[in-house]
Design a protein around this ligand. Sequence first.
Ligand SMILES: [Zn+2]
Length: 371
Amino acid sequence: MELQNFAIAAASKSEISKPITQLQKWDAAYYAEKLKKQLFELDDELLKPYFKLENVIHGAFEVANRLFGLSFEKSTQVDKYHEDVMTYEVKNEDGSLNSIFYADFFPRKGKRNGAWMTSFKSQYIENDKNERPHVSIVCNFTKPTNTKPSLLTFNEVTTLFHEFGHALHGMLANTHYRSLSGTSVYWDFVELPSQILENWCYEKEALEIFARHYETDEVIPLEYIEKIKKAANFQEGLQTLRQLSFGMLDMSWHGINPSDITDVKAHERTIFEKTDLYPDVATSCMSTAFGHIFQGGYSAGYYSYKWAEVLDADAFEVFKEKGIFDRSTATSFKNHILSKGGTENPMLLYKRFRGSEPKIDALLKRAGLVT
Ligand SMILES: [Zn+2]
């Protein structure tokens, strides 16, 4: 309703737009962006000076150090596939080698877009020897020039922390078989270690470590942090409904005999009706364009995006209660979840850490959907 009223008012002021009486699906993203700008006055250029890449990397390493006692030493001894790749020897608190970490942050010709984590070598135990992993994260951030450092958008900061969370899952692995090591877990559990780490990007105590102006060294102002948090929840209700509707559509295709579905569009309508806030577009059909669930590896698994949010919000509650750098909570997270890979059912691992099954309350609260 807020968006519709805003759009009606905005369109009536504009000379080129036709008047809007009913907001349509295709209007939403455009007016949402305008409304967001008006509400939060927060744009990337304002924040970027506080997120110099080197500072953010240092921040991620410092968080890993305070939580898990890991330290990262830049190494020139490790073979690498491109000169842009940075390599680190990761040490445990007792000085023993934990892993080798590769960071490949800049775009170049022939490199795929996006961000991801890879294990070149997973951890495993053979002949009583604990073989330590070689873990890499890959992103595509703006490359520094001679006069300007690489400055990240806040979205890129959370991306780096997200991939670093996957990397920690790989680094802290401690299982016998490599096929069950690190991130080799059920699909709907693999995003817990990555998404939980994103939470540190919204915490003052963590931001003070690395969110410093690259020219003045000034710590990011508190009001910006508040704005980042508020903006993160912008239209969260709509986003939640959207993700749920996709999850339900996916499940509907894989949960019943598809040959019983004779009319694709009619079937889709019965699912979307429960969540749709906009009028249906008769000529559109999401099912036939839903690459995730038919060829993208998310068959009957699209729900895992939302489910991982339930898990990470619920798990992060413990850190919020005990302190975001509380060592015993971090050790418990490492021992019960990160180190175990896929050796046991995720729910058992989770309950050992949390003491109970995850509840949705923390996610609803974080998303600003309940107070
Ligand atoms: Zn991920």
